[in-house]
Design a protein around this ligand. Structure first.
Ligand SMILES: C[S@@+](CC[C@H](N)C(=O)[O-])C[C@H]1O[C@@H](n2cnc3c(N)ncnc32)[C@H](O)[C@@H]1O
Length: 174
């Protein structure tokens, strides 16, 4: 009887965690369901016209799907910066599975501590509060002409292009 109760408790806890993770803010390490799928990553690459000479950065790279797509489908070199060790681990495995280890680097770090000056294209799927906090860093470090793609949320810069269907917004650093 106690054993059944224990299993029930574990089941309820797991279900609660899954439900919580779905409503948690998307820039939290506890929000596994907020991710960019391969179709959207491809659409983002097309919108930003990513090419093999590009150096792509993703701020909060999650399971790595965007950086993998930038390398695999558009031939770019890419760096994913991710703070959550579980996602870093998963994305490193994904990079191996997709065979893009020669082009993609995953860095376990807070993106506020990383130098972004090498980037020619930056992708982020973060909540507006985090994007706002990032603005001074982006303006300080990114070269004029660097493309910035935001998924789902707009930022306070003039919009260059958008893919409404996929909720992708493209900006250029002035
Ligand atoms: C909404 S998820 C998006 C994940 C991935 N970019 C995607 O589109 O699939 C946001 C990600 O940003 C990460 N993150 C949030 N704040 C961060 C920070 N300061 N430095 C690095 N990663 C961060 C979270 O751990 C999470 O993986």
């Amino acid at each position: 009887m106690i054993e059944v109760f224990n299993y029930l408790l574990i089941f309820i806890t797991v279900m609660l965690l899954i439900i919580l993770s779905m409503v948690w803010p998307p820039d939290s390490p506890w929000s596994p369901w907020w991710r960019t799928n391969r179709k959207t990553a491809k659409a983002a690459g097309r919108l930003a016209k990513i090419k093999p000479s590009d150096f792509v950065y993703e701020l909060g790279s999650g399971d790595g799907m965007f950086v993998i797509t930038a390398a695999r489908d558009f031939g770019a070199k890419a760096v994913g910066i991710e703070i959550d060790p579980v996602r870093v681990f998963i994305s490193k495995i994904m990079v191996k599975i997709f065979g893009v280890g020669n082009k993609v680097k995953i860095v376990k770090s807070n993106f506020f501590d990383q130098d972004l000056r090498q980037a020619t294209t930056v992708f982020a799927y973060l909540v507006p509060r985090a994007l706002e906090r990032l603005m001074p860093k982006l303006k300080k470090e990114l070269k004029p002409g660097t493309r910035f793609i935001s998924y789902r949320y707009k930022i306070n810069l003039p919009l260059v292009d958008q893919d409404k269907k996929n909720e992708l917004y493209l900006y250029k650093i002035g």
